[in-house]
Structure formats: C-alpha cells, structure tokens
Ligand binder design. Structure first.
Ligand code: ADP
Ligand code: G6P
Length: 473
C-alpha cells in the first residue's frame, strides 16, 4: 500500500515537561498546524524532532515514545550540540534571516554548516530505514534542504517531493550564502519542488540559472537524467475546522466575553510566533501613531497582541522580545488610564478554541510581517468569520497577499501608512466589510489545506520516476 512519509524538522507535537509531568502538546507554526490534519487522514508516518527530551527519565521517555507512536510520529532526537548548531545555528541564524532578506542578522562566521549537513544525513538515514517501495516521501522546509539529494542517493527510485515554507529570496540575496551550491544541489534531489508563490518560483529559477549555469529554467530542470519539476502551490488552512469551532457554544460564549470586556471599544488583534519577521514593533508603532494623531481614538481601542514564545535560545529572538516588551510598556504608559490600557500583550500559546474566539471577536486583524512565506494566521482569521464581518489588514510582503487582495494591503515598513489603514479599517462601513470578507472567505475556503495537499501530491505523482540505474559491468 502506498503511504505518505512526511519529513520535517519539527513534529506536529512537541514534548512538554513541567511540574505536572510529561506530555506531548501541539506544535505552533504554519507547517505543523497545516499538515496535522492531512497526516491524520493519510495513515502514513511523520518523521521529525519532538523537542528537547534530555531531562526526561527513561520511564518518561518511554511514555513519550508511546504517545508519538500512537500518532504515527517517528522521532529523530537531536543532541544538545545539534540543537544549538543545526537548529538554532545554521537553520535559524543563517537560512531563516537570509531567506527573509535580513542579511545583517546572519553571523559573520559560517561555523555550523557541518552539523547542518550531518543532521540532514541523519534524517535521510532514518527515512530510508522506514521507507517501503511505493511510498511517497514529502520533505519540508529550510532545515532539511539537503535531504532530497541525500535520499536520492539512498533510494534512487523513490518519489520525493520538497516544499519550501518560507520565502525563496532574490538570487542576489541567495548568492550571498557560502554554501549556496550544496543547498541548491540538495533540493534538486527531489522530483518536485514547491513554493507558496510564483515570485518565489521565479527567484528559485533565476538562482539556478545564475549559480548553476542552467539555461532558461521554466517549470522543470533536467538533473542527472531526471526531470525536477518546480511550481507554486499556495498553502491553505483547515477552514472547515475553524468554521466549526466558531459555531460551538463554548467558543461563542468566549466571544461574548471578549466583546463585553471591550464594551464601547473596538477590538484589534495580532497573533504571531514572537519572531522578528512578524513586524510587531512597527505594528505597535502604527497603533501608537493613530492614538497620537487622533485623540478621539484614545480609550476607544483595545489592541490584543498574542505572541507565542519561539526559538527563545537564539539571541536575536531574546533581544526582539525585550524590544516588544519595552514598546508595549511605553505605549501603555503614554496612552493608558487608571481604568484602561490600549495594548493587551500576551506572551504565550493559546489553544485553537481560544484563538478562534479571538479571531471571531475582533473588529480588525493586523497581520503585518516584514516578510513571510505565506502567513496562515491571516487565513485562519477569515475562516473564523462566518458572520462575514471583521477587517483584515495584511502586509503586502506576506505570501498570503497574492491571494487575499480584498484585505487592506499595507507596506509593513510604512508606519504612517499602517496607521492610515488601521483607521480606515476601524471606520469601514458595514457593507464594505461584508463585501471584502465574503470574497476573502470564498478564497480561503476554496483553496484550503486539503486542496493544497492534493494539488502538490497529484503533481508529484505525475512526475516521471527516475529511470532505473544500470549497474556498471
Ligand atoms: P509561522 O509559520 O511563521 O509561525 P503562520 O502564520 O503561517 O506563521 O503560522 C502560525 C501558526 O501558529 C498558525 O496556525 C497559528 O494559529 C499558530 N499560532 C500563532 N500564534 C499562536 C499563539 N499565540 N498560540 C497558539 N498558536 C499560535
Ligand atoms: C515556520 C517554519 C517551520 C517551523 C515553524 C515554527 O513555520 O516554516 O518550519 O516549524 O516556523 O518554528 P520552530 O523553530 O519552532 O519549529
């Protein structure tokens, strides 16, 4: 039987150890939340890292393994040095900022490459061990860019797909990577390489032409006698699940409480991993700017920003956290009163019901990353609005802006422009809100995560498999 083997650095569940014992909890981030549903349906395996297990007792580790096995998750444990050099180092201090056009954040020394390569080999070995003929392998994201070629060496006949969840930058940025050629060749081990948008496909194609000297790359490249297809497959969300959530009485009750707490006020919402690509400081400054220039809004706005802790051991994330804390404090001290503050900042993860209730209660959703591969939060907000109300303010530098053009699109670097958009959103007539939200919802519901998985996997199935290798005499 043909199975789907998903391969990503992070599993859809992460180990959590606290005073109450040890458990596995859902992982945050677009990749995990998006693929969780399709994995449940597929009956295949998911290979990845379950998070830090170094402090668990043998009995606790056994219990974790049992829970993972129940969810058909195959753990690949990273040592402390691999976490620091493969995950925090090369993946999140080199590839992550570079693909988000933040070259100045990339460390001057390229120290962690060898560990990145070795961990990619460990992933390829583990997948090869679980592979059965006829399986389809789908590798995900920038942490595992070498895995397709490493798998091709081990399993020449396998059908291998790769999806890049973050922006693929302009070739002028990508060429700055000392290991650019190894990374490109790693990807070309796949039969199909997918990106969220056409512009990422174009950047990838021009990078191949510029760095590998390939001529005129269209929707495929010839590589070692195989064809590697390249395409745009915009990722969607499980829209139906959100719609069902916001119809549940308990969620509707939570919506009512949010609205009641914000009586006489407009509720503005931000939901992100706490990541420097998400544009939270400029978003806060835009709120501040509106309060500064339009005194009528003082006391009338409640901006709820929920930020889930992320990559906390990486210094840039710690500095960013400080910056956000400081801005929230400054704005609240300037525009708060004894009764009220304009910014309600929560540094924590929420469950899906809590998130859905906030999405459903908000008047305006601010999604203003300075660069984002797709951004699923924007889509989750639309899916949670069967009432066809609420205004989405969306960064034009998020992949989602390609599809969601009925949002109020903003330049996330333009604080004054974002303050204008926020004001326009707050003052938008009901009829226009409805027209825009209806169009947004149609797109989000029609192009959901199942549609994304099906279109990627059917394109992958349609790729010719590698010709059998003839052993030299
Ligand atoms: P990224 O993949 O960069 O984190 P996305 O917007 O594509 O950005 O995906 C983020 C995912 O993480 C969404 O599914 C969202 O619901 C979830 N998420 C974001 N913030 C929180 C939070 N505070 N609590 C729980 N889940 C969150
Ligand atoms: C983004 C990346 C994913 C990653 C997620 C959460 O969505 O594209 O690959 O899993 O962020 O980040 P983390 O470092 O916690 O896995």
């Amino acid at each position: 039987m043909s199975r789907l083997l998903l391969v990503s650095n992070r599993l859809p569940v992460t180990v959590k150890a606290d005073k109450d014992g040890v458990s596995v909890v859902p992982s945050a981030g677009g990749l995990a939340t998006g693929l969780r549903g399709p994995h449940e349906k597929s009956g295949g395996l998911w290979v990845g890292w379950p998070g830090d297990v170094s402090r668990l007792t043998p009995a606790q580790k056994a219990s974790v393994e049992e829970q993972l096995a129940q969810q058909r998750c195959v753990p690949l444990y990273l040592s402390a040095s691999e976490v620091s050099r493969f995950y925090e180092g090369y993946s999140n201090q080199v590839l992550w900022p570079l693909c988000h056009y933040l070259l100045e954040r990339v460390p001057r020394q390229d120290r962690d490459w060898e560990v990145y390569r070795k961990v990619n080999e460990r992933f390829a070995d583990l997948v090869a061990r679980h592979y059965q003929p006829g399986d389809t392998i789908w590798v995900h994201d920038y942490q595992l860019m070498l895995v397709p070629a490493l798998l091709r060496e081990r399993l020449p006949q396998a059908r291998i797909g790769f999806f890049h969840h973050i922006p693929f930058p302009s070739s002028e940025i990508f060429r700055a990577l000392p290991r650019r050629l190894e990374l490109l060749r790693g990807l070309l081990g796949a039969d199909l390489i997918g990106f969220h948008t056409l512009s990422y496909v174009r950047h990838f194609a021009s990078t191949l032409m510029q760095l590998l000297g390939l001529e005129k790359v269209g929707d495929h490249v010839d590589q070692d006698g195989r064809q590697v297809r390249i395409g745009a497959f915009p990722m969607g969300i499980d829209a139906k699940a959100f719609e069902e959530l916001v119809r549940q009485p308990a969620v509707l009750e939570e919506v009512r409480v949010h609205r009641e707490n914000a009586a006489e006020q407009r509720l503005v919402l931000g939901v992100d991993r706490l990541d420097y690509t998400k544009g939270i400081p400029r978003r806060l400054l835009a709120v501040q700017r509106l309060l500064e220039r339009e005194p009528a809004w003082r006391g009338k706005l409640r901006f709820v920003q929920v930020a889930v802790p992320s990559r906390t051991a990486v210094e840039d994330y710690a500095t960013y956290r400080e910056r956000v804390n400081e801005l929230v404090g400054r704005i609240n001290s300037l525009y708060g009163s004894v009764h009220n503050v304009p910014i309600h900042y929560l540094y924590r993860s929420l469950n899906q019901k809590q998130l859905a209730a906030l999405y459903r209660a908000a008047d305006v959703m601010l999604v203003t990353p300075v660069r984002d591969g797709m951004n699923l939060v924007a889509k989750e907000f639309c899916a949670s609005r069967p009432d066809e109300d609420g205004v989405l303010v969306l960064s034009e530098l998020a992949g989602a802006a390609d599809e969601l053009d009925e949002a109020l699109l903003v330049n996330p670097f333009d604080v004054e422009g974002m303050a204008d958009a926020l004001e326009a959103a707050l003052e938008m007539p009901a009829e226009e809100r409805k027209r825009r939200m209806r169009a947004l919802r149609t797109r989000v519901i029609d192009c959901d995560v199942h549609c994304w998985v099906n279109s990627f996997l059917s394109a992958l199935q349609a790729t010719p498999t590698a010709p059998p290798r003839v052993k030299p005499q």
